[in-house]
Design a protein around this ligand. Structure first.
Ligand SMILES: [Zn+2]
Length: 207
């Protein structure tokens, strides 16, 4: 009799574990992409969140993210962490309101300054429903080097999947305000269209 009870309890425990495991797998990620793919292809991100402050990280919740906005830092040769630290310093200097969710650096490194669920001060009227990426560049042409470019394609493609944003809705700061940002992609429309194609290709290869 005792054996039967022990067996019955064992079966119940196994059934509960099985159900738990199954429900784990069906929990959706933050988007249309499966959590497995989101984890598998997640780029190496150095998360260096800014101190909450009204000049660069107001901790305002975004609306649903519907686009990704590409920028250039307009400071030739500066690194990702230097740009991140500039945003951090605005809490003290209070000279302007500026920040970005991500910065891609000259070695392809990715620094995150603001969570994607919070507004960053980068894209003017689209701050509330987009994620922003600032990109470093070696010189005044604003052209990205290969390491930076490849990393930007990866991050943008991954964010499209992770946040369920259509690649058509990857835009330039220029498309929001008419500002020459990112400069090289404004002056070279063909390079911009190629970048969008490269993002689409990345997505098709990393489902
Ligand atoms: Zn910009």
């Amino acid at each position: 009799m005792a054996l039967v009870i022990i067996l019955a309890i064992t079966v119940i425990i196994l059934a509960v574990l099985l159900i738990q495991e199954k429900s784990k797998k069906t929990v959706p990620a933050a988007s249309g992409v499966s959590s497995d793919a989101a984890d598998k292809y997640r780029p190496d991100i150095d998360v260096e969140l800014l101190t909450p402050n009204s000049f660069s990280r107001p901790q305002t919740a975004t609306d649903k993210i519907t686009g990704i906005v590409i920028h250039y830092v307009a400071n030739p040769g500066s690194t990702a962490i230097q740009n991140r630290n500039y945003f951090e310093g605005l809490k003290d200097s209070q000279e302007t309101q500026a920040s970005s969710n991500f910065i891609v650096g000259l070695d392809g490194e990715i620094v995150q300054c603001v969570p994607t669920s919070e507004v960053a001060y980068a894209s003017n009227s689209r701050n509330h429903d987009t994620v922003s990426i600032e990109v470093c560049h070696p010189d005044e042409t604003g052209k990205f080097n290969d390491k930076t470019y490849d990393s930007l394609v990866w991050l943008t493609g991954w964010l499209c999947e992770y946040l369920n944003v259509e690649p058509e809705n990857v835009i330039r700061h220029y498309d929001v305000t008419g500002k020459d940002c990112p400069l090289y992609f404004v002056e070279h429309e063909d390079a911009w269209l190629q970048f969008k194609e490269d993002v689409k290709t990345w997505i098709s290869e990393h489902q």
